[in-house]
Design a protein around this ligand. Structure first.
Ligand code: ATP
Length: 435
């Protein structure tokens, strides 16, 4: 399968089965904004929940935060975004297409021309106005990253949680960037979600903690089923580093369009707390209550994109295989991530007793697992539909079920079937989903 073809299949499956729709499609669509449909919202929630569990709930040294998207405009002066958060854009004089200079070198990827306009800096922050008067004083930005909401709350969190270094603050939320060249489906969009951790440490420990986070974040993708040969670490060269960063390692996934960044893990030094202290006039140094030492902590930042991770999980899970001379599409999403865990299917939808039993089983399993009921096609077709969206198990109720009180459980990956007593289903699935 060619790369373009593969990407088309993913986009088409996402639309056809309700994972991802183009924004405002009935009006012709809004460029580079995407809406998550009934299955997509479940998948994306599972990605975020898995991240939150791994980095907040299962650790003693990280707490959560949910800061506003709108922040005091001085935040962006302190962070450097107001001045520096821009890409250099150039226009091809020949085909009139616009590009990010750092993406193309000296040749137009569309038409091969080398004739470009001079580069112009273009700030990626989106603006809005707060209140009724639209003037300079009411100007506000939609945040281009969630990180700053964490930095400005550093003292609040230290004061209220009594956390001692090293510790981190994690946040998931929407960010906005007026990207010049969005594209590759949800990979680069203008509205997206980030999952970021700002981990505060004594500068002496920063290098060690940086490499520990790189390993922990790499492992997270593997634990959720990404194939190892499709994942790589790429340390930044000195010329690539942001001016305040001491080190940065990207976690990259091999998308159909090539290797690309899923997440960056940076050592941001003490730049952020220094800057916010300077601009706010509040001393954001940390004082250790045992040693009495006072200093600006270094910050290690694992910063990932929810949409990019979701796209990687989707493409990695997509498989086509031939079964009985027909193509079976199966989404091999992990048990944790897959949107629907179980589908309950009646073999005969005209048999009222079978339908009643199937609906009872569905209602019961729904208390513990995301379970759906479907009777809109013949059983073979129902199985294929569930395979295509990654449903882990199908439970089929047939005529025999009415007398022997057993049902057929079919496994997505192997298509193996086994007979299980209906009243033991819950226990069976609890065990299946706990391993
Ligand atoms: P890129 O070089 O691809 O533009 P970046 O290095 O500017 O990304 P960061 O500022 O480090 O990205 O943002 C952290 C994470 O947020 C990225 O690893 C990515 O997963 C996600 N992200 C950033 N920009 C976008 C976007 N426009 N669309 C979707 N996700 C994004």
């Amino acid at each position: 399968m060619s790369h373009e073809n593969f990407m088309e299949k993913i986009v088409s499956l996402c639309k056809r089965r309700g994972f991802i729709f183009q924004s405002s499609e009935i009006y012709g669509g809004l460029g580079s904004v995407w809406d998550y449909g009934p299955l997509g919202v479940e998948l994306k929630r599972n990605v975020k929940d898995a991240w939150w569990k791994a980095v907040v709930h299962r650790r003693d040294d990280v707490v959560g935060l949910d800061a506003g998207i709108l922040m005091h405009p001085n935040t962006w002066r302190a962070s450097g975004h107001a001045e520096n958060f821009s890409d250099i854009l150039v226009d091809c004089r020949s085909c009139k297409k616009r590009f990010r200079k750092d993406h193309i070198g000296d040749t137009c990827p569309e038409c091969g021309s080398k004739d470009f306009t001079d580069g112009r800096a273009f700030n990626l922050m989106m603006q809005t106005h707060l209140g009724a008067v639209e003037d300079e004083n009411s100007l506000c930005y939609l945040r281009p990253e969630t990180a700053q909401g964490i930095f400005v709350n550093f003292a609040n969190v230290v004061d209220t949680t009594r956390k001692r270094l090293p510790f981190g603050i994690a946040q998931i939320g929407k960010s906005f960037r007026n990207e010049i060249t969005p594209g590759n489906f949800v990979f680069r969009t203008r509205e997206f979600e980030q999952m970021e951790i700002e981990y505060f440490t004594d500068p002496a420990d920063a290098e060690r903690i940086h490499s520990e986070w790189v390993q922990a974040r790499f492992q997270w993708y593997l634990d959720l089923g990404i194939r190892k040969e499709y994942l790589q670490l790429r340390p930044h060269g000195a010329d690539e580093l942001a001016h305040y960063a001491k080190a940065c390692t990207d976690i990259e996934y091999r998308f159909p369009f090539g290797w690309a960044e899923l997440e960056g893990v940076a050592n941001r030094t003490d730049f952020d707390l220094q800057q916010h202290s300077k601009f706010s006039g509040k001393d954001l140094q940390y004082q250790d209550n045992i040693s009495g030492k006072k200093f600006f902590p270094y910050i290690i930042e694992p910063s990932g994109g929810v949409d990019r991770a979701t796209l990687a999980f989707l493409t990695d899970a997509y498989h086509e295989e031939t079964v009985n001379d027909a193509t079976r599409v199966v989404l091999r999403l992990s048990k944790t991530l897959t949107p629907t865990k179980i589908a309950v299917l009646p073999l005969l939808k005209k048999n009222a007793e079978i339908v009643t039993m199937a609906k009872r089983i569905k209602a019961d399993l729904s208390k513990s697992f995301v379970t759906v009921y479907d009777d809109t096609a013949a059983i073979g077709k129902l199985y294929r539909r569930q395979d295509e969206v990654g449903t882990f198990f199908c439970v089929t109720v047939d005529v025999d079920s009415l007398s022997d009180q057993c049902v057929t459980v079919r496994h997505r990956d192997t298509m193996a079937q086994e007979r299980i007593q209906a009243d033991q289903l819950k226990e069976y699935f609890v065990q299946q989903f706990s391993t």
